[in-house]
Every structure is written in structure tokens, then in C-alpha cells.
Ligand binder design. Structure first.
Ligand SMILES: Nc1nc2c(c(=O)[nH]1)N[C@H]1C(S)=C(S)[C@@H](COP(=O)(O)OP(=O)(O)OC[C@H]3O[C@@H](n4cnc5c(=O)[nH]c(N)nc54)[C@H](O)[C@@H]3O)O[C@H]1N2
Ligand SMILES: Nc1nc2c(c(=O)[nH]1)N[C@H]1C(S)=C(S)[C@@H](COP(=O)(O)OP(=O)(O)OC[C@H]3O[C@@H](n4cnc5c(=O)[nH]c(N)nc54)[C@H](O)[C@@H]3O)O[C@H]1N2
Ligand code: SF4
Ligand SMILES: [Mo]
Length: 706
């Protein structure tokens, strides 16, 4: 077995975003110091404030240290592991016996290592025997993943490594704000620009990234699809189409062309608010002789037409013949630490490990043989994340839920409804290192180890499988998710199917399970990852070098061709009207991470960014008599939320923007619309109709939950 280096300092990776910066962690008195690892290729020593300060999550007084069980009078009380595990196993067994297997459900996370994600997927199907497992990646990467699969026949967010960015003459960033969300990527964008490259950003806000761009297109929220179709129209009109590439490497162009020709620039200008001359400039740059890339973030993806919008991004690079070549291609920028690996190993309701499909008989038999069960015993496809949460405690819906690595009471759309649904459960079990808004309503809380206290792999946004190493022991009685799942499996009578206990053993099983699948890890070992600074999948055997660049010779579809799609523009599920005249959109701030469950307890980050700030244009602020720093209440058809006014010309006057990192009355998701994309089931986090309810009122406060 591969022995971990015991030398201090330890080289590992950041717990937060998909950049997975290499870090060097060293003891400093009884504290821990985190620095960037200069030898790790993607960040080369660079990091952002969240990573530098991640040590503030170590040794916290508010850390969960023992299992907690809610007693008859509703109070959470300390319990032993035996008591807590017995209770959870018994309650889940009873629910299954009384109401059938779909009465229990699992909600996983892109924060989990590959080993945990794999074990959780297996636990749901083999120990709980339920179809109902989905995860927060449904809110994150599902439109990008579905779009990549449809267009290219394979979903690795970036089909090329980060180091290729400077090769691109033009980079079009669609609704992604990496200066705040993947900060060390700024270096790669700067290098690209310093070598004469152009950067174009599409964002309704002048984000920190738009500020460094050569061209910023600020469309009306939810209209990216019209804009992208308009760009394809101009590519065709100005004869920038690469006919040879289209003939040899793609199919379906005629349908995409017919659709694009129906999106005349003047009409697109009317829909999006982006001028025709700006569109023409963008197309001149994208279509010049140099390589070009289109990269998308959550802006265009978190829409009820997210998949179509991703397909429209793919259409652009394919029409220009700029895909499957160095410095070219479409990439979807993965968000969570293991947002890439988390979507490959079976946490998704419709998937089995190695990107296998739960409805394909061959895929089912392969995984069943690895898991030691019969294919008929594997459940089929379950409910997608929002549909799963919305069904909780409802007639026919799940009555027991295990949450592993998500704060759904802050992160889901229409969150007041989801809080009520959780309240209707018979049994809510939360596995986490810290209490959060979701565990507030739990019947059982199980304390887990966090990243520095355990070893495991993640797969970064490039598709590079890397190793996070243990640095220190866990406090109190915190145990790893893997140990907890094994203990529960034993109590559910299938301990013999969960014999792997060391994460390295789980990885070996996972690698075997992925063999022959699209995301093939079978040639990867922890030892190789360590020696090679990560290994890119697919890596189908031990002598295979791993695949840094995909699609150079063929795309992932069986015929090797990429597919164009006709992507007609449709409006957002809810457009502003007389009652709710403003667009409301959401996103992220540099200093906080996702639901804020971790970063809202880190002192330096709270000091740097204490409250949810609503971006509002000066004209709109004046219209409502709002001054900087005042508390503003915003309403939608779902509810009302309160923010601190941040007046700035960096946003369209018809649009409000708020980060979603806070809970209580400051939760942006009190307002958001749970309209789902028909293919990916991604909620429309990025567009809904809203209004400003009240202007300055001395009695308004931000309420609980800060
Ligand atoms: N600091 C920080 N970094 C993070 C995270 C975090 O919470 N905080 N989370 C990680 C995760 S899980 C993810 S998924 C990534 C997300 O990374 P990004 O995709 O960069 O993040 P967002 O801020 O959600 O959205 C990007 C931009 O979309 C814009 N936008 C809003 N509506 C629209 C629209 O209709 N069209 C277009 N084109 N743009 C629109 C917003 O103004 C925003 O600037 O970040 C990762 N990194
Ligand atoms: N309005 C709006 N809402 C959004 C978005 C948006 O842009 N706008 N973005 C969506 C996106 S892209 C995402 S990814 C989600 C993210 O939102 P969430 O799903 O809430 O993710 P986190 O806030 O990262 O929560 C992770 C929780 O898992 C715990 N955790 C971390 N690692 C582990 C582990 O190894 N084991 C266990 N058991 N627990 C662990 C942390 O302590 C934390 O409590 O939010 C979505 N919601
Ligand atoms: S949050 Fe992301 S960018 Fe910041 S240090 Fe961590 S991995 Fe790097
Ligand atoms: Mo995400």
C-alpha cells in the first residue's frame, strides 16, 4: 500500500473550489499555515483569500465533535456513535419496510472526494436500495454536463488543460466571473492577453472579470441564447464558417444554421440589449485566423434553457472549426472542489460510476458485478435534486433523507418551500463538520472529518485527478463519511458489500468500476497521482499517460463527430411584468463560498465581507430613494429577502444582483424561481422577476442567520 509522506510540511489541495490549488500546509505553533504550492502546475503558488485562510476552519470551538440526536422535547443531545448509527439504520429500515424503498433518499455533494462520492452512490443503491439519490451538482454542473454530452459525446468540463488558455487568440467567457470565483485563473487570462489575445465577457454586470476584458457584452439576464444565436448568424453572414471542418468532424450543421439565420442581429439587439456593432466586433475576433475558446460559467447554465444555451456555445466553436485543436474548444468551468469527479461516480439519479447510465442494461450488469449484487436488484432512475427536495414528506415522496455535504436550506431555489419540505420529513440525518441552516432541523447530526483530517482524491476542473493528503488528526469523535457509510451498511445487513475501508482501497474499487466507462480511471493509482502531479482521465491502463487534451482526433460520439444543435431562443420562465418589474439574478462574491456554511464562520472573511450586498444601479436606487448601505427588501412571487444596498453603475438598470452565500432573511434563494431545464433539471437561479418592496426603514434589519 502506498504510504503517505509523513514529512512536514504537507503538500495538499484547497478544500473549496474546482481550481483545487496546490497548497503547502505547515504547523505554526499550535496553528496551521497554508501557502500556495509553487510546484503545482495550475496555480503555481497562487491562491485566493479563502484558500490562504482555510486554516481558520481548523480547531474551531463551533466544530461538531460528537453525534447529536434530537430528543422527545426537540433538543439536540450528545450521543454515542453506537446509539446514533443504530438509530439511523433502524429508522431508515423501518421507513423502507413501511413505505417501500423510495421512502428513503440521499442528497450528496460535489464537495465530496471521489472515494466518498463513489461510496455514497453505492450505499444508496446497495444498502438503502433506493433510486432516490441526487446531489448539489444538479444545481451546478448539470446543464454544462448535458450540453457537453449532447454536443461532444463526453463531459469533461474542460477538454484541455488550463495551460492552453494563452494559446487562444480570443477567449469568450459566457457568464463566468473567474476573477472572483477561480481567482488564480486570472493569471492565465492575463498571460493570454499579454500575448496579444482578446478577452470577451458576457455578463449583465460589469463583474471583476468583465472589468479586465477587451469587450464586455451586458445582455438582459436570461437572453444569452439569443445573443449566441446572433453571433452564429454573423459568423455565417461574414463567411467565417469552416466548411471543411464541418464536413469532416461534425454533423447537424444545416439545422443549426437555419435556426441562427432566423436570429437577425437587429432582433437579437432588441432582445438582449447588446448592440449589433458589439456583436460584429466579437465575431471579428472569434473568427480571425487565431485559435479561439468559448468558456461558460453558471450565468448561462443556471437557466431553464441552460442546456440549449450550452449547445449554442458549442455551435460557435464548431462552426468556426475551432474545436479539437490546440488553443481551441468549448469548456464548462466546473465550480465545486470535486464538481468534476462528483458527477462521474454515480451520485446523480440517472448515473452509475464511470459515467455509466443507470438505464443501460450492459452498464447495470458491469456495476452490479463490481458491487456483488444482481443487476435486477439495482434501482432505476430516481428524482433530480429539486424534484427530490420538493417531494420530501409529501404523499408518495421520501420520508427519510441523508444529507452529505450540502446546505440545501440556503442553496436550493425557492428555499422557503424546501425548508418546509425538510420539516415534513420523519427523519432528517445530516453529515457535516459544522452545524448549518440545514442541520438546524435534523433529527440526527453525525460529525465528519474535514479535508485536512483525511486523505482522498478530487478531480479538478481540467479533469486532472489529484490527491488531498491528511495533515492532522480530527478533533473529538469526528469520523470520515466513508467510515459512517460502512457502519450504516453493516447495520443494514450488507456489511460484506462494503469491505473497503481505507480511502485508497475505495479508490481501487472505484477505478475497477470505471474500467471501460467514459470517465475511465482504471489506470490511475494514488502512487501515480503523487508522482505525476495528477493524472488526467480517461486513463484506461497503468501504462497509459492519461489524456490531457481530448477530441484531437475524434469527438466522444460513437461516429467520432461532434453534433450541432438547433437552439431556438425562448424567454425565461418568469419575465418581469408590471407587478414585478425588475430582473433578479444571483451569483458569488470572492470572500464567501457557496451557502457560506464554512466561510461565514471564518473571521477574516466575515471581516472582509460581512453582509449580503444587493447590486443596484444608481438610477434605480434614486427612483426608490435608496441610499448606499441601507437595508432593502426585495420581493418575488416566492417571497421576500433583505440585503444591504450597494449602489453601482456596474449593473444594468433593470437588474438586481445578490450573492446567495447567506441564510435567514438574507437568503437570495427566498426569491429564486425553481423552473427547471427540461433536460438537465437545472433550476433557473439566474433569472426571475422581482420588485423593491420598501425603501429605507429604520426598523428593517437583516434578521437572524447572519
Ligand atoms: N468566491 C467563490 N468562488 C467560487 C464559489 C463561491 O461560492 N465563491 N463557488 C464555486 C462554485 S460551486 C461554482 S459553480 C463556481 C461558479 O462560478 P461562476 O460561474 O463564475 O459564478 P457566478 O457568480 O454564480 O456566476 C457568474 C456570473 O454570471 C453572471 N450572470 C447572472 N445572470 C446571468 C445571465 O443571465 N447571463 C450571463 N451571461 N451571466 C449572468 C453573474 O453576474 C456572475 O458574474 O464558482 C466556484 N468558485
Ligand atoms: N441563488 C443561487 N443558488 C445557488 C447557486 C447560485 O449561483 N445562485 N449556485 C448553486 C451551486 S453552483 C452550488 S454548487 C450549490 C452549493 O451550495 P451547497 O450545496 O449548500 O454547498 P456548500 O455551501 O459548499 O455546502 C457544503 C456543506 O458540506 C459540508 N462539507 C464539505 N465537505 C464535506 C465532506 O467531505 N463531507 C460532508 N459530510 N460534508 C462536507 C460543508 O461543511 C457545508 O456545510 O448552490 C447552488 N445554489
Ligand atoms: S478557493 Fe479555489 S482559487 Fe481559492 S485557494 Fe481554494 S482552490 Fe484556489
Ligand atoms: Mo457550483
Amino acid at each position: 500500500m502506498f504510504a503517505l509522506p509523513q514529512l512536514q510540511p504537507v503538500r495538499t489541495h484547497c478544500p473549496f473550489c474546482a481550481f483545487q490549488c496546490g497548497t503547502v500546509v505547515s504547523p505554526e505553533g499550535n496553528q496551521i499555515r497554508i501557502e500556495g504550492d509553487e510546484s503545482f502546475p495550475i496555480n503555481q503558488g497562487r491562491m485566493c483569500i479563502k484558500g490562504f485562510r482555510a486554516s481558520e476552519l481548523h480547531n474551531r470551538p463551533d466544530r461538531l465533535l460528537t453525534p447529536l440526536i434530537r430528543n422527545a422535547s426537540g433538543k439536540l443531545c450528545q450521543a454515542s456513535w453506537e446509539e446514533a448509527l443504530d438509530l439511523v439504520a433502524n429508522r431508515f429500515r423501518q421507513l423502507r419496510a413501511n413505505h417501500g424503498p423510495e421512502a428513503v433518499a440521499v442528497f450528496g455533494s460535489g464537495a465530496l472526494t471521489n472515494e466518498k462520492a463513489y461510496y455514497l452512490a453505492k450505499f444508496a443503491r446497495v444498502a438503502l436500495k433506493t433510486a432516490n439519490i441526487d446531489y448539489n451538482g444538479r444545481f451546478c454542473m448539470s446543464s454544462g454536463a448535458a450540453g457537453n454530452n449532447l454536443a461532444f459525446g463526453l463531459d469533461r468540463g474542460m477538454p484541455f488543460p488550463m495551460e492552453d488558455l494563452p494559446l487562444a487568440g480570443t477567449i469568450l467567457l459566457v457568464g463566468s466571473n473567474p476573477v472572483e470565483t477561480l481567482p488564480p485563473m486570472t493569471h492565465w487570462l492575463q498571460t493570454q492577453r499579454q500575448s496579444g489575445g482578446k478577452l470577451i465577457v458576457i455578463d449583465p454586470r460589469q463583474s471583476a472579470t468583465a472589468l479586465m476584458a477587451d469587450l464586455h457584452l451586458a445582455p438582459v439576464p436570461g437572453t444569452d441564447l439569443a445573443l449566441l444565436n446572433g453571433l452564429l448568424h454573423l459568423i455565417i453572414e461574414t463567411e467565417k464558417v469552416d466548411q471543411k471542418f464541418i464536413a469532416v468532424r461534425t454533423s447537424g450543421f444545416e439545422a443549426a444554421k437555419a435556426n441562427a439565420l432566423g436570429h437577425h442581429p437587429a432582433m437579437v439587439e432588441q432582445i438582449t440589449g447588446v448592440s449589433e456593432s458589439q456583436m460584429r466586433l466579437a465575431v471579428d475576433w472569434l473568427g480571425d485566423a487565431r485559435p479561439a475558446m468559448v468558456l461558460s460559467g453558471r450565468g448561462p447554465e443556471q437557466q431553464s434553457k441552460g442546456v440549449a444555451t450550452v449547445l449554442a456555445c458549442a455551435n460557435l466553436v464548431l462552426a468556426l472549426g475551432k474545436s479539437g485543436k490546440p488553443g481551441c474548444g468549448y469548456g464548462c468551468l466546473t465550480g465545486q472542489a470535486n464538481g468534476q469527479g462528483g458527477r462521474e461516480h454515480g451520485q446523480k439519479a440517472d448515473q452509475l460510476p464511470g459515467y455509466r447510465s443507470i438505464t443501460d442494461p450492459d452498464h447495470r450488469s458491469h456495476i452490479a458485478s463490481i458491487w456483488g449484487v444482481s443487476p435486477e436488484d439495482l434501482p432505476t432512475k430516481g428524482l433530480s435534486a429539486f424534484e427530490l427536495l420538493d417531494a420530501l414528506g409529501q404523499p408518495g415522496g421520501p420520508k427519510g433523507l441523508l444529507v452529505v455535504g450540502s446546505n440545501v436550506v440556503v442553496a436550493s431555489p425557492d428555499v422557503d418551500r424546501i425548508r418546509q419540505r425538510l420539516g415534513a420529513l420523519d427523519c432528517l440525518v445530516v453529515l457535516d463538520a459544522f452545524a448549518n441552516e440545514t442541520s438546524e432541523g435534523a433529527d440526527v447530526i453525525l460529525p465528519v472529518t474535514q479535508w485536512m483530517e483525511e486523505t482522498g482524491t478530487t478531480t479538478n476542473l481540467e479533469g486532472r485527478v489529484i490527491l488531498r493528503r491528511k495533515v492532522t488528526d480530527a478533533p473529538g469523535q469526528a469520523m470520515s463519511d466513508i467510515w459512517i457509510l460502512r457502519e450504516l451498511a453493516k447495520r443494514l445487513g450488507v456489511g460484506d458489500k462494503f469491505t473497503a475501508q481505507d480511502p485508497e482501497d475505495v479508490f481501487a474499487e472505484l477505478a475497477k468500476a470505471t474500467a471501460g466507462g467514459k470517465a475511465d480511471y482504471s489506470g490511475i493509482t494514488w502512487q501515480r497521482i503523487d508522482q505525476e502531479k495528477g493524472v488526467f482521465w480517461p486513463c484506461p491502463h497503468s501504462n497509459h499517460p492519461g489524456t490531457k487534451r481530448l477530441f484531437l482526433d475524434r469527438f466522444g460520439h460513437p461516429d467520432g463527430r461532434a453534433r450541432f444543435h438547433a437552439t431556438p431562443y425562448t424567454q425565461a420562465a418568469e419575465e418581469p411584468d408590471r407587478e414585478y418589474p425588475l430582473y433578479f439574478t444571483t451569483g458569488r462574491n470572492l470572500e464567501h463560498y457557496n451557502s457560506g456554511s464554512q466561510t461565514r464562520r471564518m473571521e477574516s472573511l466575515v471581516l472582509a465581507n460581512p453582509e449580503p450586498v444587493l447590486k443596484i444601479h444608481p438610477e434605480l436606487a434614486m427612483l426608490h430613494g435608496i441610499n448606499e448601505g441601507e437595508i432593502v427588501e426585495v420581493e418575488s412571487r416566492r417571497g421576500a429577502a433583505r440585503f444591504v444596498a450597494g449602489i453601482s453603475p456596474d449593473i444594468r438598470p433593470d437588474t438586481l444582483f445578490a450573492p446567495f452565500h447567506w441564510g435567514g432573511m438574507g437568503a437570495a434563494n427566498l426569491l429564486t424561481n425553481p423552473a427547471l431545464d427540461p433536460i438537465s433539471r437545472m433550476p433557473e437561479f439566474k433569472v426571475c422577476a422581482s420588485r423593491i418592496k420598501s425603501r429605507t426603514n429604520p426598523d428593517l434589519c437583516l434578521g437572524e442567520g447572519r
